[in-house]
Design a protein around this ligand. Structure first.
Ligand SMILES: Cc1ncc(C[n+]2csc(CCOP(=O)(O)OP(=O)(O)O)c2C)c(N)n1
Length: 321
């Protein structure tokens, strides 16, 4: 693949932005500024950014409970994402949705919800629309290894592949569903192997390698776009944090955590960019500085934003068509 140097730097910057967004959130939870819970995607930035880099900008994306990275990679305004976490009126859902309920149709981000596997039927329905309306758009549906055990997932994947819909099911296999390792939950832990039974074209990639994910998604998206039907890509990755804010993550072997930390996607991308002469250390330093500044500005925006007006509490509860 031919890469545009400035685009690669921009994507590296976005991956740093995703990491620092959640590091800032972590601090804000610690101070009690933000309450409730959140599922961080630290360590999964390459599967988010690499996937979206493999799509066309007008393609559609659905996310899951671990979705900050997906949304920011698709082009969300970090200030409005942060404001949503603060519960402020300027947030993507007016402060009502929080971490797991944000969408922006104008950038092709169809949203997420907290129901494990809950977005797979929605993504499949969106792909059916694209097919019927001949839009030429592909839908990318992020889900986790745990979600692959849900009934909704099987129904959706079966429909997606039987009806030859323009959809990529992108499993971020971080090898744990909460504290349960995939090898304990499934006789066949490979999501791609299990999915083959539905007749899908499947592949497995190194989910910590931006370039590998980008190529796998790009190749599958272009085939799906021209009528080859549904694809499933299993991106092998690892979260470098607990499942959620309340998880001290005591169930994973330390050596396993260390091995994956050494393959941190931010480090891998920075190394590759330098090795191939696509960026200098100064370029990377500047990208990191810009990302940190953007997060500072996002936090300030969220702090200064107004609380939702109590008069609007019943707004958007009922949609009429
Ligand atoms: C239908 C349903 N069952 C259980 C849960 C509780 N739950 C929240 S996240 C999660 C694990 C999901 O694992 P996976 O799909 O692998 O995604 P990951 O958290 O690893 O990113 C579970 C069981 C839920 N939210 N919805």
């Amino acid at each position: 693949m031919n890469y545009d140097r400035s685009e690669l730097l921009k994507h590296y910057r976005t991956m740093v932005l995703i990491r620092s967004f959640e590091e800032a959130l972590d601090g804000l939870f610690g101070q009690g500024v933000i309450t409730g819970t959140s599922h961080f995607c630290m360590g999964q930035e390459a599967s988010a950014m690499g996937s979206i880099a493999g799509l066309r900008p007008d393609d559609l994306v659905t996310s899951n409970h671990r979705g900050h990275g997906h949304f920011l990679a698709k082009g969300a305004d970090s200030r409005r994402v942060m404001a949503e976490l603060f519960g402020k009126a300027t947030g993507y859902s007016g402060g009502r949705g929080g971490s797991q309920h944000m969408a922006d149709f104008s950038i092709g981000f169809l949203g997420s919800n907290g129901i494990t596997g809950g977005m797979t039927p929605i993504a499949t329905g969106a792909a059916l629309s694209q097919k019927l309306l001949h839009t030429g758009k592909v839908v990318l549906c992020f889900f986790g290894d745990g979600a692959s055990g849900q009934g909704t997932f099987h129904e959706a994947v079966n429909m997606g592949t039987t009806w030859e819909l323009p959809i990529l099911y992108l499993c971020e296999n971080n090898q744990y569903a909460m504290s349960t390792p995939t090898r304990q939950a499934f006789k066949q832990p490979s999501v791609a192997e299990r999915a083959k039974g539905y007749g899908l074209t499947t592949s497995v990639v190194d989910g910590n390698d931006y370039f590998a994910v980008r190529k796998a998604v790009h190749d599958a998206a272009e085939r799906s776009r021209v009528g080859e039907g549904a694809f499933l890509i299993e991106a092998m990755t690892y979260r470098l944090c607990g499942h959620s804010k309340s998880d001290a993550c005591e169930y994973r072997p330390e050596e396993e955590e260390q091995a994956w930390a050494a393959r941190d996607p931010l480090l891998l991308m920075a190394e590759r960019l330098k090795q191939e002469g696509l960026a200098t250390e100064t370029d990377l330093e500047q990208a990191r500085a810009e990302a940190y500044q953007e997060i500072e500005a996002a936090v300030q925006f969220a702090r200064e934003s107004p609380e939702p007006d109590p008069q609007t509490v019943a707004d958007n509860l009922l949609v009429t068509f």
